[in-house]
Write a new protein. Structure first.
Length: 149
């Protein structure tokens, strides 16, 4: 299959799978400075000392900040806290799953027999079917297929 066909098949298949995009991490100090807020301003909003803000920024940078504190600082910055876990590879969850499915169905004989213009649709259909295959799911270590409401 051509790269264009693979890309089209992935796009079609993706309609049936939630695509989570990775986002770049930004530290509290970077965010505060990006908003042109001084340490004093944020300290006043949180009713803490300037030194406490510096300690909070350092604890966030070292990974020792707790979520409650992080949420309070986000509020003081007029932001929201979004908790996120994402793949170390930086690729989306859907792309990782697609690669596993594609390895199994990418050489399916049906693809060689169908019209070239329809191969992307055929590959997406094969991928959806493979995802429903109990033996394949077990081999991949996947749990039961969930249904959206």
């Amino acid at each position: 299959m051509s790269p264009h066909e693979l890309q089209e098949a992935y796009r079609l298949w993706l309609r049936h799978y939630e695509n989570l995009l990775g986002r770049e991490e930004k530290g509290l100090k970077f965010i505060r400075e990006s908003l042109l807020l001084s340490v004093t301003t944020v300290a006043d909003r949180l009713a803490v000392s300037r030194n406490a803000i510096r300690k909070i920024e350092l604890s966030e940078k070292s990974g020792k900040i707790n979520l409650l504190t992080l949420r309070k600082v986000a509020e003081a910055l007029d932001c929201e806290l979004v908790y996120e876990i994402r793949p170390k590879s930086g690729r989306s969850f859907s792309q990782q799953v697609w690669d596993q499915v594609l390895e199994e169905v990418g050489t399916h004989p049906w693809l060689a027999k169908c019209y070239q213009r329809r191969r992307a649709w055929a590959l997406a259909a094969l991928a959806r079917e493979k995802m429903r295959d109990t033996k394949f799911r077990k081999k991949q270590g996947w749990g039961p297929l969930f249904q959206r409401k």
